[in-house]
Design a binder for this molecule. Sequence first.
Ligand SMILES: [Zn+2]
Length: 399
Amino acid sequence: MEPGISPSLIEKIRSSVNPERLLKTAVALIEIPSPTLSAGAAADRLAGLLEQDEFQVDRPVAAWSDSPAVVTRLNSGRPGRTLQFDGHLDTVHLPFVPPRFEQGLLYGSGASDMKGGVAAVVEALRVLKETKALVGGTILLTAHDHHERPWGDGRQLRSLIDNGYKGDGVLLPEYLGDRLTLAGRGSATFEVTISRKESPVHEVLRADGLPDVLATGAKLVSLFQDWQQELGRNLDLYAGSDSVFIGQIKSGEIYNQSPQECCINGTRRWITPNIPLEVEREFRGKLNELSQLTRTHISTDFHVMAEAFSIDPNDPLVSALQSAHTASTGKPLPLGGKPFVDDGNVFSHQAKIPALTHGPKAMGAHTVNESVSLDELVRVAQVYALTAVAYCCQGQVKT
Ligand SMILES: [Zn+2]
């Protein structure tokens, strides 16, 4: 058993997590609509809830004055590590669904992504404060806006990290509860525009050798299919494999006119950390060759969405979360990869700290049917409290 997690501590945390209070907190956050870029009122609500429980709250503007971030700390007063919990308070731009609790399930905008998880963090903080179970180190909670794409661009979190709001490790309460994520892929979106300068023309009136943007688009699709075979062999045990994918192709006005432009959109994902520039260079290189071969002009918008990351399985945050999960549920989490991109990618790359995503097994993220069970919220609140004790106290050698 992890140092710091004793049977009596498990019992103390288990009996102190209060399901009614946790549910009320989640409802209080969900009932305030907070689409990305407009999460100010939800941030005010979270700050108010923390202040009610006598937590000292800071509101750094962090590059988004419409909704200053929410920051609080629980300091044991003794040396140890700092465990950060970081959550976003904004939700995707879908019609607002008010909170409702039915047969053990909480519904509403953000129930799963991720106000439910944030409420569980708040409950874990309250429990550790009341029980005084945190005997070393500090917990740092940061909550912010500007997360969900394409409306937000992540500037508020980047600014928080730039301004030193970071722990020794971070836990993100996103809706992934069935594995411990040790790696995630980097990802970029691309829009390739293949064009020629000559005007659109009836097919029978085409000049000899007129560049063919549609045929070039088809060549590109086939080229990327071959490339995918190659990329798919670049494997990581947890993250999966490299890939290139085309999801959209647009060209042509009418059936017998030779068009001027063909647009192709897709994604490129990779498993190796810290190589986005190489990935982009290789991508552009392939298109330059195709452009010369087909005498078309090819312009590319290549936008890196996230960096690839991997976490050392021996990191103390990994063992703290595993021990807490085992203590709370009787078994460890299987190791795995993170299927989506979240702020953990930003923490890994920008703050250079281990970032684990673990939250309630919730449903319906990015739909109008979000839901999470109260049992799951209670489970993660317990896991968070125990993880914090194991992680923060373990680091007492460090000051
Ligand atoms: Zn989320």
